[in-house]
Design a protein around this ligand. Sequence first.
Ligand SMILES: Nc1ncnc2c1ncn2[C@@H]1O[C@H](COP(=O)(O)OP(=O)(O)OP(=O)(O)O)[C@@H](O)[C@H]1O
Length: 259
Amino acid sequence: MIQLEDITHHYGVKPVLRGVSLRIERGELVVILGPNGMGKTTLLGVMAGVLSPQRGSVWIHGLRRRGSAAEELEIRRNSVYLPDQPWLPAARTGREFLLAVGRLYELDDGRLTAHIEQLLDLFDLRDQGNSPIRTYSAGQKKKIAICSALVTEAPVLFLDEPFSGGLDPSGLLTVKRILQHHARRKELTIVLTSPVPELVEEIATRIIVLHQGQILAFDTLDGLRRMTGRRGSLGDVLERLIFPDTTRKLDAYFQEFRR
Ligand SMILES: Nc1ncnc2c1ncn2[C@@H]1O[C@H](COP(=O)(O)OP(=O)(O)OP(=O)(O)O)[C@@H](O)[C@H]1O
């Protein structure tokens, strides 16, 4: 279980999260949605322990983030954080990188090597696997980064925009299916961010909608439909919740610049 209590985070004097409390159960796949700049990455970073909030506390499976050195180490052993654009070792090959990450998580070498081959195959990186990462395309870099999170077998995943960064349709589908598989079997607890509802509505067990530093809603898609009175896609529901002005602004634009 992941629990946030009264989290407030500022950059300088600018408040980004204001008194956020929430609870994510084991085995959930929760998506943080919201417009650009609303604090999705910040909220994920606080959960993942890469940002220290000015107020409040974060608990992961009963351990308090930064509660003590031992608690923090235990949390780190059992979770992985993948930033949107992670640092990658440019001079190392994909295989070397995945092996190094897996060893950090103290996985058995035989199991690790077999898993690496499966992941490289799934993401069409088998041929590329022995080349230095600096030779990879943007989409291939995104894929190897996602493989590096999956190879850890950590029970808690924090993924910032795993569907961005030029993934091709096969890559998008692979990431979706892998995450969905884990969510269905309730093996992993996954929290991810995305600005694009269409990509995540199929896989999210619950959705956090952030707006102006606070949680506007945290529910299943059906729950959000009930809340807004809309029956359509997550995109329709979100339009009602956080983009009510978009249609009006578009109408005004077309009215003004009609040809
Ligand atoms: N290091 C920083 N210093 C100052 N302000 C920051 C910093 N990082 C983020 N911000 C500000 O905090 C707010 C929230 O940023 P954040 O990256 O969490 O939003 P987001 O919802 O993930 O956005 P996007 O969808 O564009 O990735 C933004 O207004 C941003 O300008």
